[in-house]
Design a protein around this ligand. Structure first.
Ligand code: COA
Length: 497
């Protein structure tokens, strides 16, 4: 182990170093695990992988609760091994997605800020083992997380047992960028004392009752890089529309060129849209988000972003090398917080965020589906998008107007699953244009969405639907028997056209 033992400064824990196989052997059928990890960052790696190995010769199931999606193929391997009873609150793996949709495992798709409340109140299964990746443990018993915080502090506090994975491949310079704050229990709380993006309100690590630490495993395995694709013509057009909208807000005196703290969701589209700010006049920006993708670091490098607060950092392979290889340059511009804080409604509303998330589809009244393909098949999950959308100053949803080469229109008569209701959605953007829905009644929204956002291939069809709906009347007119006819046609013929 050599010098690595120095990572455990709480001397009494130094004798608890074990290997991952032993740790995994303590986990029993039916237990609930609280794993560190948020959007492929900072996931516990060795013990989950050892547990998956055990499944080759044993049959058991565990519940897996995390911050968000895991990297290192762990969600895929968990799904393939068939050892997950219930997964919560987010995943983004194609194999796990398939198993969920086939009914082979259960998935609870939950607002990322709210899992904390369920755990504190004892609503969901108690955590038997918290398995937390760390840089090290301080003398006074603080577990220093790595590239994400997620729900780790909560898991450590509420779990019966804690296993720490000290990962020596993670950048040691991350020590000091975490800010762990406990909101306490509902009904006994004070306001969260965070009024600026860069405020520090907690302690630099996760306090742990040393008695609960059953074992410490050493690992040396970097995070999995993100898989986002590069910007393309459509995402550039979407970025341009978004910038034009923001410019109109500046002209109206509602924003300045410093905008307001930005939140941007996961995935290719959100990253590409944020990149659009690089060549804009907007400057001295702040980010208050749950995940920082490549674009935020490009904006920091360009001197556009002054400070970024988040719960995790998820980068492409190339960006990871550049950022983690020069981390001293970024350290004083970053804070990583528990997801309960990065996504807290109180703070989102107080700071007045500009929130940009991605829709799979939205309808002519502005209801957004971010999760369920054709209303039934889980994609990834709602993640933090609901935390932000309902509480932001500006709740913006972006999506390309068509998918699968035009066989799918992402603007539909009626969204087949609604994650964000029309009441939570201010602006929708496609490569065709944007629709500002604020202050508009449903009968004003529909024509604006149809004319500004629908792809030309589907525009006439949508106008026809709306005219027929209008003839039926209502506050929110629909032709109910046809509302899902586009999806039904897609299922039957392979295209909505
Ligand atoms: N119907 C069916 N499939 C659709 C679709 C639609 N209306 N619109 C897009 N898709 C498909 C795309 O074709 C693509 O499929 P592929 O993976 O087979 O290529 C896939 O959905 C992803 O779309 P893409 O355009 O590449 O977008 P993305 O990587 O930005 O992901 C979401 C988009 C919605 C899946 C993703 O942002 C998400 O999971 N969001 C919910 C969670 C969230 O918003 N969190 C925010 C806080 S982090």
């Amino acid at each position: 182990m050599g010098h690595t033992i120095e990572r455990i400064k709480a001397i009494q824990l130094q004798e608890r170093i074990i290997d991952a196989e032993l740790a995994a052997s303590w986990i029993q059928d039916g237990m609930t695990l609280g794993l560190s990890g948020f959007t492929r960052a900072g996931d516990a790696k060795a013990v989950p992988l050892a547990l998956i190995k055990r499944a080759e010769t044993e049959s058991f199931k565990v519940n897996v609760f995390t911050g968000a999606s895991l990297g290192s193929d762990i969600d895929r391997l968990f799904a393939e091994a068939g050892i997950v009873g219930k997964r919560l609150p987010f995943q983004a793996d194609p194999v796990m997605r398939k198993k969920i949709n086939e009914g082979d495992m259960l998935f609870v798709d939950h607002h990322l800020s709210q899992t904390a409340e369920w755990i504190k109140a004892g609503v969901i299964e108690p955590i038997d083992f918290a398995i937390i990746e760390a840089l090290g443990i301080t003398e006074d018993g603080l577990i220093i997380p790595t590239t994400s915080v997620g729900n780790s502090a909560l898991f450590v506090q509420y779990a019966k047992n804690v296993i720490v994975e000290i990962n020596t491949a993670q950048p040691a310079l991350f020590e000091g960028i975490h800010d762990i704050y406990d909101t306490g229990r509902q009904g006994e709380r004070l306001p969260i004392p965070l009024t600026r993006v860069d405020d520090r309100i907690g302690v630099p690590g996760i306090p742990v009752d040393l008695e609960k630490v059953r074992g410490i495993v050493f690992t040396h395995q970097p995070d999995s890089p993100s898989t986002i694709a590069a910007a393309d013509e459509e995402t550039e057009q979407m970025a341009e529309h978004l910038l034009n909208f923001l410019r109109s807000e500046v002209r109206a005196g509602r924003l300045t060129e410093r905008l307001a703290p930005l939140q941007s969701g996961i995935g290719t589209v959100a990253n590409a849209v944020l990149q659009g700010l690089l060549d804009s006049e907007f400057d001295d920006l702040e980010v208050y988000s749950e995940v920082l993708q490549d674009a935020v670091f490009e904006l920091i490098d360009a001197g556009k972003v002054r400070f970024a607060s988040s719960s995790s950092i998820t980068l492409s392979e190339e960006k990871m090398k550049q950022v983690y290889g020069n981390f001293e340059k970024y350290r004083d511009k970053l804070i990583l917080r528990p997801q309960e804080i990065s996504n807290h409604p109180e703070i989102i509303r107080r700071l007045g965020l500009i929130s940009i998330n991605t829709a799979l589809e939205f309808d002519i009244y502005g209801n957004v589906n971010s999760t369920h393909v054709s209303g039934t098949k889980m994609m990834n999950g709602i993640g933090g998008s609901g935390d932000f959308a309902r509480n932001a100053r500006l709740s913006i949803f972006v999506t390309k107007s068509i998918a699968k080469g035009g066989r799918i229109s992402s603007v539909v008569p009626f969204a087949t699953h609604i994650d964000h209701t029309e009441h939570d959605v201010d602006i929708v953007v496609t490569e065709q244009g944007y629709a500002d829905l604020r202050g508009l009644a449903p009968r004003e929204r529909a024509p604006r969405i149809i004319e500004n956002c629908v792809h030309p291939m589907y525009k006439e069809k949508m106008r026809d639907y709306y005219m027929e709906a209008l003839a039926r009347g209502g506050q929110t007119p629909h032709v109910l028997e046809q509302a899902f006819s586009w999806h039904a046609k897609l299922a039957q013929t392979g295209t909505m056209l």
